[in-house]
Design a protein around this ligand. Sequence first.
Ligand SMILES: [Zn+2]
Length: 94
Amino acid sequence: MAQGKTAKGTAIKQIEMRRCVVCRQVRHKSELLRVVKSGVEISFDETGKAPGRGAYVCKSSICAASLKKRRNLDKIFKVRLPNEFYDKICAAVE
Ligand SMILES: [Zn+2]
């Protein structure tokens, strides 16, 4: 009786988990907002498919507010982002 194979694995899609740069919690991609740097351009990536270096933050006003306060993205992307950019993140998660 050979039972080498099971149905396991066939129905399991790769779960895309990412870590929030603010609270360090690992969450599903759909619960996170992706900010992507492509060249000198930094923008939100609503599709989750834009090329470039990405950073994730929870879609929560707490994490967005804390992100704005600590300016985590400046360090991650090694640029000085305008306050308006952080404001936009806060607005986007509300
Ligand atoms: Zn978070």
